[in-house]
Ligand binder design. Structure first.
Ligand code: SF4
Ligand code: SF4
Ligand SMILES: [Zn+2]
Length: 156
């Protein structure tokens, strides 16, 4: 998939949903041209270090759970997930815990359908990156509250 395709909301897919509920397809590291991250569920090559050593991705409880998603864990939502969730709610207006609860209730396919709508720019139809205040294609500001992501600040 090339950069243009990665920035098309309709090509978001279930394979991009990380165990923590993050949609990697919305991540600035996934949609950029250089040093692109292949997403949490891919091999580690190309991922930023903070996502390779992520305490959620590497959690033993996750490895023992039925699915590769935190909602099926007996400790859900654990402290580390709540901390990540709080940071994302505060900075980016998105909740990983809500994402996981929706996946649990509706299934990942319906969740992804909703994600495609949610992260489509109303101005131009392009992809909105959760870490950027403006649409990647036209710059339309979709979220007034959060600040831009700092590098190394995406993961838990
Ligand atoms: S940097 Fe982390 S959150 Fe972003 S796409 Fe890669 S694995 Fe996903
Ligand atoms: S909810 Fe917490 S303890 Fe459970 S799998 Fe996820 S990171 Fe691990
Ligand atoms: Zn736009």
């Amino acid at each position: 998939m090339n950069t243009t395709e990665r920035r098309m909301p309709e090509l978001l897919g279930a394979a991009l949903i990380a165990p923590c509920g993050m949609n990697c397809g919305l991540c600035s590291a996934y949609v950029r041209d250089k040093n692109r991250c292949p997403g949490c569920n891919s091999e580690d090559e190309g991922k930023p270090k903070y996502c390779v050593v992520c305490r959620i991705k590497n959690c033993e409880e996750l490895a023992a759970s039925e699915e590769n998603l935190c909602y099926s864990c007996a400790k859900f939502p654990c402290l580390r997930l709540r901390q990540l969730d709080k940071r994302y709610r505060t900075k980016y207006g998105m909740s990983m815990i809500e994402n996981l609860e929706m996946i649990h209730a509706l299934g990942v396919s319906e969740f992804v359908t909703r994600e495609k709508k949610r992260w489509t720019c109303r101005q131009c139809g392009g992809l909105i990156c959760v870490h950027k205040v403006g649409c990647l294609a036209c710059g339309h500001v979709w979220n007034q509250a959060p600040g831009e992501a700092k590098e190394g600040n995406h993961a838990g």
